[in-house]
Design a protein around this ligand. Structure first.
Ligand code: NIG
Ligand code: FE
Length: 428
């Protein structure tokens, strides 16, 4: 694949991108529900014209090539690859220092996630590690991971705090994210997850911790513009539905949009709470029932499914993706990248799991990894599809048919990633 080195005075050349055997534009209505999830807007032998960071033309190669601007642009021939909008990973816990491989092994020996957490491991173990890590060390770790996200085709991601759980360390994570957003190419959308678990120093007085969140931390995060969203881990062993309601109502009043970790481990009513507070997203949903499916389908809450967690935890029950799609819910997929339940940066792997474990079709999985998560992050005006006016964010895969993106698993077939008109990764 030849990549021209010539760069215009603006720093970014205009590109005429050809050699797209299948160009998945994902053009059309936002968000996608039901059968709409299968509409990928595929252009065979497609092309894109990019000016600065935006797409200015997209369609069949022969048409795009004829445009005046196309003749003056740098040529980027992708050599017959399948091109998709850059993945939008709408649920990650990006900033933490080390793995929890010892817990992984303990689980293989039969311990449960909850038993490990109760013995002081789990989220609390990562909280201790974050508190002992310098800003520089954490930032370097996160930065290296971002390069890996990009190498797997992700161009926008959401990232949560929640491993600091005191003011100093929550702030440390949020400022690392802000700095990374400026210093590296991927777009990072920030979420405040002060309500991840009750921190050790408040174990005996969880309500006092909720008071602290609603009276001090959430208003301060909102006021300082440190996050667009506020999340709560509302599940067995974390926060209750009444606590989560208080936290998310406060967040909404302060201008932060709610997101919820809902019903991963137990049926709690958290999905209904997501509908009640008009959350942007309800994530996990492994344990929801039929009524919840109906309620979610009638709402604008994006159902963000995280099959990496059930895979990594070896759980037998997954979210009812087929029921959600049939009922008309807005379904998205994300990695939930974190050291406890889903240590993967790979959206292609998540697509593979969505197909085999959640019984989503490759087309549904692709829409759920691009345009729907863009909607859940309120970024659908800029990313999530390859349409005129949007960022030139795309990934080229070395496959002959888009269904091969989930079909081949455990191998990275992403050959090139472009973010805002700049080639940020290539692989030979
Ligand atoms: O989304 N469930 C809460 N948060 C993460 C797990 C975090 C951890 O175990 O460190 C999740 O699965
Ligand atoms: Fe999570």
């Amino acid at each position: 694949m030849a990549i021209p080195a010539l760069v215009s005075s603006l720093g970014v050349p205009d590109w005429l991108i050809t050699g797209c055997s299948e160009l998945l534009t994902l053009r059309g209505p936002v968000p996608r529900r039901g059968r709409g999830l299968r509409e990928l807007g595929i252009v065979r032998d497609g092309a894109l014209l990019v000016r600065d960071d935006r797409i200015v033309a997209v369609g069949p190669r022969r048409k795009v090539e004829r445009l005046g601007q196309a003749r003056r642009a740098e040529k980027l021939d992708l050599g017959g690859r399948v091109v998709v909008p850059g993945f939008v990973d709408s649920h990650t816990h990006l900033v933490f220092p080390t793995s929890r491989a010892e817990e992984y092994e303990q689980r293989i020996f039969g311990k449960t996630y909850r038993e490990i957490a109760r013995a002081g491991g789990g989220i609390s173990a990562t909280v201790r590690a974050v508190r002992h890590s310098s800003e520089k060390a954490l930032s370097e770790c996160a930065s290296a991971r971002l390069r890996e996200f990009a190498a797997h085709g992700t161009t926008t991601l959401e990232a949560k705090s929640g491993y600091g759980l005191n003011w100093k360390n929550e702030l440390k994570i949020l400022s690392i994210l802000q700095q990374l957003h400026q210093d590296q190419p991927l777009d990072i959308v920030q979420t405040f997850l002060g309500a991840h678990v009750v921190p050790p120093e408040f174990r005996k007085r969880p309500e006092t911790f909720v008071d602290l969140l609603v009276r001090a931390w959430i208003p301060a995060v909102a006021m300082a513009g440190l996050a667009a969203f506020c999340d709560v881990f509302c599940d067995r062993g974390a926060f209750s539905v009444p606590q989560a309601r208080r936290i998310l109502q406060t967040a909404r009043a302060c201008g932060l949009v709610p997101r919820i970790h809902a019903e991963q481990f137990a049926k709690t009513g958290a999905a209904r709470l997501a509908v009640e507070v008009q959350a942007a997203s309800a994530d996990h949903l492994d344990k929801i029932g039929r009524d919840d499916v109906r309620a979610l389908a009638l709402s604008n809450v994006v159902c963000t499914l995280l099959p990496g967690c059930s895979f990594h935890l070896g759980a037998s029950r997954c979210a009812p993706a087929r029921e959600l799609i049939a009922a008309g819910a807005i379904v998205a997929l994300a990695t939930d990248f974190n050291p406890g339940t889903s240590p993967t940066v790979s959206m292609p792997m998540i697509l593979s799991l969505a197909c085999t474990q959640l019984r989503m079709t490759p087309a549904e999985a692709l829409a759920a990894a691009t345009i729907n998560p863009a909607y859940s992050l309120r970024q659908h005006g800029r990313v999530g599809s390859l349409e005129v006016g949007k960022y030139a964010d795309l990934a080229a895969f070395d496959v002959a048919d888009y269904r091969e993106i989930p079909y081949y698993f455990g191998v990275n077939l992403c050959k090139l990633t472009m973010k805002r008109g700049v080639v940020i990764t290539t692989r030979s």
